[in-house]
Write a protein that binds this ligand. Structure first.
Ligand code: OOB
Length: 532
């Protein structure tokens, strides 16, 4: 059974292989390759517990065997929603070993997000945590079983005490590892999205492994690397850029933090002598505020990577003086392309650009609104294709037709310019998305939820500037005449629908009409301009 995806054209695939970028190895090789030389090294720790590479390997084997006994097999899909905990990596590798492709939801996703992943993926199993409000009682699991006939299994991990998941990985359950085809889909990444429904990104073994290996080399990780994973573990940045998978390839140690706050992270940095971490700009700002008065020794830090949203020069400048380590800017996307500033770049480039692509074979085009390439140094829309940039969203032919050009270049929706050195500067965005401190909100998705309210006629959600998060979201609402809607009512309405908290607009403005463009579409530019 093959999970469908849009393959790369044969001549490009050949190039990627000829260069040695695609190694035709499955992602599970990340673990198996540590076993001969580093089986007793600590792969991952979470403050209380730790796993050696041998344990991570055995536990993921056991769990693969258990899931197999439960009826899961190669070609199936699954949904995983776990907080930052050891079980996340055990589960991720167990599913990879079985050839079951998971989508790993973020822990702050709620009922609506999980249901829409179920709708798209028709998963056979879910592996979730009772630490999440949705899974504290049986009600929601029962509702999922009733609604999705495909779902055979929902395994709930209890963060404390025993659970089916723990039984699954602590006890031996034999299984015959299937042959994994590295050209096929290993798992799905979540798109930040700009459309009404969430989109899934199929990532193959070959393309993902290449992005991680090359990232690990650029970031010079080795067996002494101690990487703090403080962002949500499934996100592409802390998973693969070079992230936990890069650390595992290098034979280093991943330390999990429950969140990126200084209160949680500074103690872990001291205790584990953390060398590397990845942050979004708002978290970095908190670190900069709290570091000077902190009692904790942060001297072990060598590199802080910052990405997910634009970092201002004034904040970038403080990293080395205040935290005593190197800054690396990272501009990436779950769809593929990742850019890094290099450690030996001119300091000015590190402060003011978002880095240059991983690969020689990453192709970048910067185009105007007619799809014509702009002159060197001018800004325009970023288009890219390459050895680890996907070729199509899962089962989304209509959206794919507009997200890619005829030559297979993906349009990321970012407005960038490229310097002669190849470095990209992100100057803005041309997609209907709000970037709330690195958390992406597809405006249309939330607008659709609000349009479901019986008294809302029209709605438009746009970004508004925010000192801490960079951007927050504001909903302009046209309600029925004579009806008094309030912020409180609409917040409650959205929460009852069960959408992730960060998607609930920070502000509601009640207006009698929305401005329109010449062609009659809502003029979001004009709405954003009201905040200037
Ligand atoms: C990362 O991935 P996603 O999929 O959550 O978001 C991708 C989008 C980009 O298209 C861009 O709009 C924005 O996030 N973005 C940045 C940025 N890094 C990402 N905008 C400005 N400056 C940056 N440094 O966010 C992601 C994936 C892998 C590594 C790092 C970030």
């Amino acid at each position: 059974m093959r999970i469908e995806y849009t393959p790369w054209p044969a001549e490009l695939a050949e190039q990627y292989r000829a260069k040695g970028y695609w190694q035709d190895k499955p992602l599970t090789s990340i673990l198996s390759e540590q076993l001969n030389t580093n089986s007793q090294g600590i792969a991952v720790a979470d403050g209380q517990r730790q796993l050696s590479y041998a344990e991570l390997n055995t536990y993921s084997d056991n769990l693969a065997g258990y899931l197999n006994q439960q009826g899961l097999q190669q070609g199936d899909t699954a949904i995983v929603q776990l907080p930052n905990c050891l079980e996340f990596y055990i589960t991720y590798f167990a599913l990879l070993k079985l050839g079951v492709a998971p989508v790993c939801a973020l822990f702050n996703h709620q009922r609506t997000e999980l249901q829409s992943y179920c709708e798209i993926l028709q998963p056979k199993a879910m592996i979730v945590s009772s630490a999440h409000a949705l899974f504290t009682d049986e009600q929601f699991t029962q509702a999922l079983f009733n609604r999705f006939g495909c779902l055979n299994n929902i395994i709930i991990d209890h963060s404390k005490g025993n659970s089916e998941l723990k039984q699954g990985y602590l006890n031996k359950h034999a299984f015959t590892a299937p042959d994994l085809n590295p050209e096929e889909v290993a798992f799905f990444q979540l798109s930040g999205g700009s459309t009404g429904t969430p989109k899934l990104i199929p990532r193959t073994h070959n393309d993902y492994l290449y992005s991680v290996v090359a990232s690990k080399d650029i970031c010079e990780l080795d067996g002494d690397t101690r990487y703090l994973c403080a962002l949500p573990a499934p996100h592409n940045f802390p998973l693969s850029s070079p992230g936990a998978l890069g650390v595992f390839i290098a034979g280093g140690t991943v330390i999990l933090a429950s969140d990126p706050s200084p209160a949680v992270c500074f103690g872990l940095i001291e205790h584990y002598a953390i060398t590397h971490t990845a942050l979004v700009p708002p978290a970095l700002q908190l670190w900069l505020q709290h570091a000077p008065a902190s009692q904790h020794d942060l001297n072990s830090l060598q590199v802080i990577q910052v990405g997910g949203a634009k970092l201002s020069r004034s904040v970038a400048e403080q990293v080395t003086p205040v935290l005593g380590c190197q800054l690396q800017q990272v501009f990436g996307m779950a769809e593929g392309l990742v850019n890094y500033t290099r450690y030996n770049d001119d300091p000015e480039l590190i402060l003011t650009t978002q880095g240059r692509p991983i690969s020689e074979l990453d192709e970048i085009k910067i185009v105007d609104e007619h799809g014509q390439e702009v002159a060197q140094g001018e800004s325009g829309r970023l288009m890219t294709r390459g050895p680890y940039t996907f070729r199509g969203y899962y089962k989304s032919p209509t959206h794919n037709a507009s997200a890619f050009d005829d030559a297979g270049f993906y349009s990321s929706g970012d407005i960038v310019k490229q310097l002669p050195s190849g470095h990209l500067v992100v100057e803005g965005r041309d997609k209907d998305q709000i970037n709330r401190g690195g958390e992406k909100i597809a405006a249309e998705e939330v607008e659709n939820h609000l349009l479901g309210h019986e008294h809302i006629q029209q709605v438009a959600i746009v970004s508004m500037p925010d000192d801490t998060l960079g951007e927050k979201s504001c909903a302009f609402v046209v309600a029925d005449q004579d009806i008094k809607l309030t912020t409180l009512i609409l917040r409650k309405y959205l929460r009852q629908l069960g959408i992730a908290d960060y998607k609930v607009p920070d502000k509601f403005k009640f207006v009698t009409q929305l401005p329109l463009t010449a062609v009659g579409k809502v003029d979001k530019k004009a709405l954003r301009a009201t905040f200037e």
